[in-house]
Write a protein that binds this ligand. Structure first.
Ligand code: MIC
Ligand code: SF4
Length: 645
């Protein structure tokens, strides 16, 4: 039988399990990355595991999210991460060096290797043929300590690209088209592999835009082959020796195939407030805009920035528009400064930001009330920009730059200017890794007052009786569960502080209600927990006493985080039973410990209505033990004690 690219990499890293879709497998992880907003928690957990030095080939700790230092908190977290990284053998990418995914792609990613990152956009690395997966911090901590990474073996979806992109249409439109076709949950349970003639005209940064935003359709990851285009990119990064060719076998079997004709694509936009609400810019029409943001780990490569600079050259940003540009890495920013493109942006009136996540995660540049903001980033969830009433449209850099000048959402094909958008791959990127600090090992770890202990669950009781504390709809994101913006991000290592904001975008009274009742259940629709990898979306509910989330379905990373925290991710056997539970109904899970340990039908008793509701839980044998122990850290301790004797 032939193998797909992803299956080849999984096969060469398989530690346990059979590579059959749906089975639990575990794989060896070669590289890890963390960023600062999930990193503090990941390193606190790594410290409790007690392994002195990371056992991976390369682990890098980035500072890119919490870069507005409006108080001591962020800087305290940066220092903690820098010192804990140095002590345990982890490279440290200093603030200013760039967004983790972009820098990892440029400087460290290697085709055919595995990368686990405590950030959902880690699949960016699929652009150079890496198996790059996003996970919660605890999973990354375990892999830094030499443990394997456990996943459900995904199915394979082939995305066949035919034709060639026309001028003014770019990689962003390709991934928006994928989202239009398969929706924000269409990738769940799959790895998307890109193939076909069309991939030959896509450079590595363009491929990375596509794999990056694979996080938005819920896939385990997305991947391109490692081919001549990959070799060219690695060679321009001075890393040709890292190149290996990885192509799918000609008789590889895919569970599903979708086809996209690149020549037929037109400029697209995702409308507020979901990345799959995609329509053509032509259909949406010339809406007036207030802000344009060009940047983020999706669209801040050298090519993206050069196209932007060429469109802006000699023009002035529309008086009603604030244009902010954040180049993705120091490498990109330095190259723009050297070749004069930066001057063209500044001259046109762009506000230049440091190379970091910035507005993408509401870290500054929140737009005005009711604003329309065009962004080249990947998520347009309500409130994520920091302004609840703002409407964010996700677009390509071409659409963003042209619209910044016209002041309205503009189909760039109408732009009469003769701009040359053909940006060849530089023969050599500007390489200077002076902002990456190598570990020194004997470093003393510095912990500021913002670093608070994290909650650890207790073993699962034999039965649970508690109230339904909240009932929510489909597609609730981790931005709803644990909102993040410039005022909350500084508290990522302070769970008690964050608890007052948990699920507040859905119901502002939820935290108080959870505290009043000493915890309880959350009832949810489809795809609960989509979006970010933040473990805080499980740890904070754990702190508030949430025992189980009962949903129609879950997003992959969030479900793993719930299990790691010892919170039951239960699903309705009959989705219609969702209607049989209302707020503050009294619910009972009899014999739940036995059901988790030994299997068997789980029945929820609604003590308020008398209804009996059958539930499901999909757990491997290992996950059953984790749940019974009250989470992964407890399980690891129990397992270690068992080993000793
Ligand atoms: C995001 O884009 O939502 C983030 C912020 O990068 C998150 C990580 C986090 O919440 O810290 C992600 O994508 O995992
Ligand atoms: Fe940073 Fe935004 Fe990328 Fe998340 S999606 S890593 S916040 S740039």
């Amino acid at each position: 039988m032939g193998y797909t690219i992803a299956q080849k990499i999984i096969k060469s890293h398989l530690v346990s399990g059979e590579m059959q879709a749906g089975n639990e497998i575990s794989i060896k992880i070669d590289q890890t990355l963390t960023q600062d907003s999930t990193g503090t928690m990941a390193y606190l957990q790594f410290e409790t595991i007690g392994v002195p030095r990371v056992k991976t080939e390369k682990s890098v700790a980035y500072i890119d999210h919490n870069t507005i230092q409006a108080g001591f908190e962020n800087a305290d977290d940066h220092k903690y991460i820098q010192t804990v990284a140095s002590r345990h053998g982890i490279y440290f990418s200093r603030p200013g060096n760039g967004i983790c995914h972009q820098v990892q792609l440029e400087r460290f990613g290697i085709p055919g290797k595995t990368l686990l990152g405590s950030d959902s956009h880690t699949p960016t690395g699929g652009g150079i043929g890496m198996l790059a997966i996003g996970a919660g911090g605890l999973d990354v901590a375990v892999c830094m300590g030499g443990g394997a990474y456990y996943i459900t073996m995904p199915k394979m979806m082939k995305v066949e690209l035919t034709g060639k992109l026309n001028k003014w249409v770019s990689a962003k439109d390709v991934i928006l088209e994928v989202l239009r076709q398969i929706s924000v949950k269409g990738g769940v349970g799959y790895i998307l592999e890109y193939a076909g003639e069309g991939i030959k005209s896509l450079s590595v940064p363009e491929r990375a835009t596509i794999t990056n935003m694979g996080a938005e359709h819920g896939a385990t990851t997305s991947i391109f082959p490692s081919d001549e285009i990959t070799r060219e990119f690695l060679s321009a990064q001075g890393r040709e020796s890292d190149f290996v060719e990885i192509l799918p076998d000609s008789n590889a079997i895919y569970d599903k195939t979708i086809t996209i004709d690149l020549s037929a694509l037109t400029p697209l936009a995702a409308k507020p407030h979901m990345p799959d609400l995609v329509d053509t810019v032509e259909n949406i029409g010339k809406i007036k805009i207030d802000q344009v943001y060009i940047g983020s780990c999706t669209n801040a490569s050298y090519q993206d920035m050069m196209k932007t600079a060429r469109i802006l050259k000699g023009k002035t940003v529309h008086p009603d528009v604030s244009l902010v540009i954040g180049p993705g890495s120091k490498q990109v920013l330095a190259m723009l400064a050297e070749n004069g493109a930066l001057a063209d942006m500044v001259e046109a009136g762009a506000r230049i930001l440091e190379s970091a996540c910035g507005p993408c995660i509401g870290m500054g540049q929140s737009p005005k009330t009711d604003a329309v903001s065009l962004r080249t980033s990947n998520r347009n969830f309500e409130g994520r920009s920091g302004t609840k009433s703002a409407k964010v449209y996700l677009v390509s850099p071409e659409i963003a730059a042209v619209s910044a000048i016209t002041g309205v959402l503009t189909d760039p094909r109408e732009w009469k200017d003769e701009v040359d958008l053909n940006i060849p791959m530089p023969a050599a990127f500007l390489v200077n890794d002076n902002m990456v600090v190598a570990p020194e090992y004997d470093t003393e770890v510095v912990r500021g007052p913002n670093i608070k202990p994290f909650p650890v669950n207790t073993p699962l009781p034999s039965e649970i009786t508690a109230k339904a504390l909240l009932k929510v709809e489909d597609n609730i994101t981790t931005d709803h569960i644990m909102p993040s913006n410039a005022s909350l991000l500084p508290y990522r290592s302070n769970i008690p502080y964050l608890s007052d904001y948990c699920l507040a975008p859905c119901d502002k009274d939820f935290p108080a209600r959870a505290k009043e009742h000493g915890g309880g259940f959350v009832i949810a629709g489809e795809n609960y927990g989509q979006g970010s990898s933040r473990e805080h979306a499980a740890l904070v509910p754990l702190y508030l006493g949430v025992k189980a989330v009962i949903a129609k379905s879950f997003a992959r990373i969030h479900m793993a985080n719930l299990i790691n925290s010892g919170i039951l991710p239960l699903t309705f056997k009959n989705p219609a039973d969702y209607d049989k539970i209302e707020l503050l109904h009294n619910l009972k899970l009899p014999n739940i410990l036995d059901k988790i340990q030994n299997g068997g039908e789980i029945e929820l008793e609604n003590l308020t209505t008398g209804d009996k509701i059958p539930l499901d839980i999909v757990l491997s044998d290992r996950q059953r033990k984790i749940m019974a122990a009250g989470g992964l850290l407890n399980y690891t301790k129990v397992a270690a004690a068992g080993d000793k004797g």
